[in-house]
Design a protein around this ligand. Structure first.
Ligand code: NI
Length: 205
């Protein structure tokens, strides 16, 4: 009988242990689930944007500080791009026309993802053909990689292309930065000039 009692007690202890462990695990799951949800709700928006030191298409060195006081409308691309860049820059040009006097507060910037070919001399006539407002920015490959990283822009050169005529796959988003240098919002790059002007007008004071 003694052994029977002992066996039952062991069984009871084991059940108790399993119950406590299960409850504990459930509590832990609930708590961590709650903390995770709370964390998600409180998480700050991921940082976009940051400082840069580049060269304007007129050859002058500039930094992000050079443009304080203006809204920046930043687009990343390259002059040899066949469709997306020219279409986007045409829409930006149209949007600024639609905005009229409000557009004076906006400085559009075209930052190259192709430092190898997009020298200031190459970019200058390219951007001027869209609008004299548009400024092209180039620079050292590392400086351009850094600013692209800050804006979460991906740019991947096609492998196996003719080394002189390669294409680059790149993100296509317009970034609106406030006069204080802080990132405000993404602006759709694939919309018409009129739609883009409406998007922008919501942020321009
Ligand atoms: Ni492009």
């Amino acid at each position: 009988m003694k052994t029977g009692h002992a066996a039952r007690r062991r069984q009871r202890d084991r059940r108790g242990f399993i119950l406590v462990t299960t409850l504990g695990a459930a509590l832990l799951l609930l708590t961590s689930g709650y903390m995770w949800l709370a964390g998600v709700n409180q998480a700050p928006r991921p940082a976009v944007g940051g400082p840069f030191a580049l060269t304007q298409d007129d050859g002058r060195p500039v930094t992000d500080q050079s443009f304080r006081g203006k809204y920046l409308l930043i687009y990343f691309g390259y002059t040899a791009c066949r469709d997306v860049c020219p279409l986007t820059l045409a829409s930006v040009t149209e949007a600024l026309d639609v905005l009229g006097a409000k557009a004076d507060a906006v400085q559009p910037l075209f930052i190259t993802v192709d430092p190898q070919r997009d020298t200031a001399a190459v970019m200058h006539p390219y951007v001027a053909a869209f609008t004299p407002r548009l400024i092209g920015l180039t620079g050292a490959p590392e400086a351009l990689r850094r600013v692209a990283r800050e804006y979460r822009v991906s740019a991947v050169q096609h492998a196996g292309d003719d080394p002189a005529r390669y294409l680059i796959d790149h993100s296509s988003v317009l970034y609106l930065v406030g006069p204080d240098g802080r990132y405000l919002a993404p602006i759709r790059a694939d919309s018409t000039g009129t739609a883009m002007a409406q998007d922008l007008a919501r942020y321009l004071s």
